[in-house]
Unconditional design. Structure first.
Length: 343
């Protein structure tokens, strides 16, 4: 757990980045109470997006509505459809589009899947770059020269304005976030699980865009891609405590969900346990809405609410369409969420 001194130092660094572009951070909890500015933030109506099917390759790509208006922009969220992978569901006739290198998957299969994915994006001439993701707040700027690196950077966010560089975030339940500066033709991609969200990876990343590219909030658009939804993301009380220590809106991110079980409801005595109070696995589960957590960070970083698209697809609910670490108990492939500037 981070100390209060390190948390304070991180917040000061983020605020300094935002201040470069004239932004004011939203209210935060400090030892002295709540500080910063505040503004209303109603949740948007989220409509799961329809995937765009690329008939030639049978690869499905989910895109943010309206983003095709910028022909220089490459972007998309992959699904598990249209590849050659048969590792995770060998009984299926059709292959799947695992885009991550794992010990269970032959490397050549992943390379072929990535080739198909880039072809479907009409970006087969782009250089795809990934990170060694570590659930951090580290954000990197990528230059053309960085493509020669033999080992990927450690971190969970990167940005570029270099044509032909395609930033790729790997997920299998965590939340991918893409941010685009439509005026300065710069893009960023972030990997935001609960640890990254707690460390303000997205808020920090937008601040870095302000510093690196002189991006203005009114020129930024964002898309929060498929990931595990609040409907399925059960967490422990310690996670809620961590968020409460950092965010004024933390109570709005958590809900208690009770499973409906007709047998348990009819015969409750069958499910009694001898455990001490508070140690039984009965009762409601605590669920975290990571998509909303990241949307609120985008708002805090200065983006307009109507400039943020929330795809809304839950990877666990839609496990036939997306890879899900939780649904498949860890034995699963990886999705890619990409953004770049065309050559």
């Amino acid at each position: 757990m981070a100390t209060s001194r390190s948390v304070s130092s991180d917040l000061q660094a983020i605020d300094k980045l935002l201040h470069v572009g004239g932004l004011t951070p939203r209210r935060r909890r400090t030892q002295a109470g709540w500080s910063g500015s505040s503004r209303p933030s109603e949740r948007p109506q989220i409509q799961p997006q329809t995937a765009r099917r690329v008939v030639q390759s049978r690869v499905e790509i989910v895109r943010a509505p309206g983003w095709d208006a910028w022909p220089w922009l490459v972007h998309g969220f992959s699904t598990r459809t249209g590849g050659v992978t048969k590792t995770f569901r060998p009984e299926q006739r059709a292959g799947e589009l695992n885009l991550g290198f794992t010990a269970s998957e032959p490397r050549n299969n992943v390379l072929e899947n990535r080739r198909r994915f880039l072809d479907a994006l009409r970006a087969d001439d782009a250089d795809l770059i990934t990170l060694r993701q570590i659930h951090s707040s580290l954000v990197r700027r990528v230059l053309r020269a960085d493509l020669k690196r033999e080992q990927p950077w450690k971190g969970d966010g990167f940005m570029t304005n270099a044509p032909g560089v395609l930033l790729a975030i790997q997920t299998a339940d965590c939340i991918p976030v893409l941010v685009v500066d439509v005026k300065r033709k710069a893009v960023a991609a972030f990997h935001a699980g609960w640890r990254g969200a707690l460390k303000r990876i997205v808020e920090n990343g937008v601040g870095r865009m302000r510093a690196e590219f002189r991006s203005r909030p009114q020129d930024l658009v964002a898309a929060i891609g498929p990931g595990i939804g609040g409907c399925c993301y059960a967490v422990g009380e310690e996670v809620r405590s961590e968020f409460r220590s950092q965010f004024a809106y933390a109570p709005e991110l958590f809900t208690e969900v009770s499973d409906s079980d007709p047998v348990r409801e009819k015969y409750p005595l069958l499910f009694l346990t001898a455990r001490a109070p508070g140690h039984s696995n009965l009762g409601p589960q605590l669920h975290l809405d990571l998509m909303e957590a990241n949307r609120r960070q985008l708002l805090d970083a200065g983006l307009r609410a109507d400039a943020i698209t929330v795809v809304g697809d839950c990877t666990r609910c839609q496990n036939n369409r997306y890879f899900s670490y939780r649904a498949e108990q860890g034995f699963t492939g990886r999705l890619l969420s990409v953004a770049g500037v065309r050559q």
